[in-house]
Ligand binder design. Structure first.
Ligand SMILES: Nc1ncnc2c1ncn2[C@@H]1O[C@H](COP(=O)(O)OP(=O)(O)OP(=O)(O)O)[C@@H](O)[C@H]1O
Ligand SMILES: [Mg+2]
Length: 343
């Protein structure tokens, strides 16, 4: 089945054409327009600006994705939430209109599930896809969840953050350190600048807490880390570049240690065949490498993580979700839902 997928939950306007391939989904094209740079001067996303940019980009992005291929498209998929209402409306109404005009089925996709289904994107029919049961670690700008996937549609929420999402924590910590928005990639760059000598010299001076680390639960908490950074910055008065980078490194270490500890606790409890990571924060190099090592250290468990370009918001993952776990809906019944949960 060939599907046109649309994504407009936040500040990315995206469209993709995908089709099934072996046990996974092949991407025929994936177009993404982002308004992230427009939000930089505000240090975060401004919903009204994001919605206006969605309106400007949606038709050019869909037109580029569909190209001359319109007649071969067999269905239209769209993320209906969670996200920002103004942004969601643009993608959902466009998808409904196309489904109606082309007389093709419409598939509703939960944006968080779509992040997870990015792990079913394959190069060719021989590429391995995740096996069930699977533990999913969803780490994005607005969510931090651990889910137990029994199959493509039966999921159980088993843990996650009690307060800030991990991407939000990266963004807030970066802001406190004077680094631009979005903070995740900036903190990663700062981590790369930290030398072994800097770690030895300053590391212990700025040790941050690891909230809930030793508790036998899959709960996580990241807001205390942000508060700890704020306290250090206030005490120091001003932060030079080296201190900033060391603090960014220590923050990143703390977050990654918590995520790995809790994911491995879920692995111990649920004995999955695969562990899947997904969401914008899954682009973090240290997290990808360290979690892969930890998971693959446990017997037969396989680790999956999408290619970097499919970690942040994109429509290819929406198409993957519609093909692997289709949920057909009548256009008249589909409404955006800004606060739908991951499971
Ligand atoms: N290398 C990285 N390290 C850590 N965080 C990163 C990295 N790259 C991106 N991020 C973070 O990923 C987040 C964006 O991810 P994503 O696009 O999945 O979130 P969102 O769509 O805004 O939220 P949600 O998917 O929860 O609705 C931002 O918080 C950003 O800082
Ligand atoms: Mg997202």
């Amino acid at each position: 089945m060939k599907v046109l997928a649309i994504e407009s939950t936040c500040d990315e306007t995206a469209a993709a054409v995908v089709e099934n391939c072996g046990e996974g989904v092949k991407i025929l094209n994936s177009v993404v327009a982002s308004s992230v740079l427009m939000h930089q001067k505000y240090g975060g996303i401004v919903p009204e600006v994001a919605a206006r940019e969605q309106i400007k980009s949606i038709i050019p992005v869909i037109t580029e994705s569909v190209g001359e291929d319109k007649d071969s498209i067999q269905g239209v998929a769209v993320s209906f939430g969670p996200g920002l209402m103004g942004s969601l409306l643009v993608g959902v109404e466009s998808a409904k209109a196309l489904s109606w005009a082309w007389k093709k089925p419409l598939y509703s996709v939960n944006h968080m599930a779509a992040h997870v289904f990015a792990n079913w994107i394959v190069e060719d029919k021989n590429t391995e896809v995740p096996m069930f049961p699977a533990v999913g670690l969803v780490v994005s700008g607005g969510h931090t969840d651990l889910v137990l996937m029994k199959n493509t549609k039966e999921w159980e929420w088993v843990g996650g953050t009690r307060d800030d999402a991990v991407g939000e924590a990266f963004d807030k910590a970066a802001r406190l350190l004077g680094l631009p928005y979005p903070g995740g990639p900036e903190i990663s760059k700062a981590v790369e600048r930290v030398t072994v000598q800097m770690k030895e010299r300053f590391g212990s001076k700025f040790k941050l807490p690891r909230p809930l680390f030793n508790e036998d639960s899959l709960d996580m908490s990241f807001s205390g880390l942000k508060a700890a950074i704020s306290k250090i910055v206030t005490t120091l008065g001003s932060v030079d570049e080296k201190t900033r980078d060391v603090l960014a490194w220590e923050f990143s270490e703390a977050v990654i240690e918590i995520l790995i500890k809790k994911t491995m606790l879920a692995v111990e409890r649920y004995k999955p065949k695969s562990v899947l990571m997904a969401g914008g924060v899954a682009a973090n190099k240290q997290l990808r490498e360290n979690l892969k090592m930890a998971v693959e250290g446990v017997g037969e468990v396989k680790f999956f993580c999408p290619e970097l370009r499919y970690c942040g918001d994109n429509a290819a993952m929406v198409g993957a979700a519609a093909i692997i776990a289709p949920r057909e809906v009548k256009p008249v019944n589909l409404k955006p839902d800004p606060s739908v949960t991951t499971v």
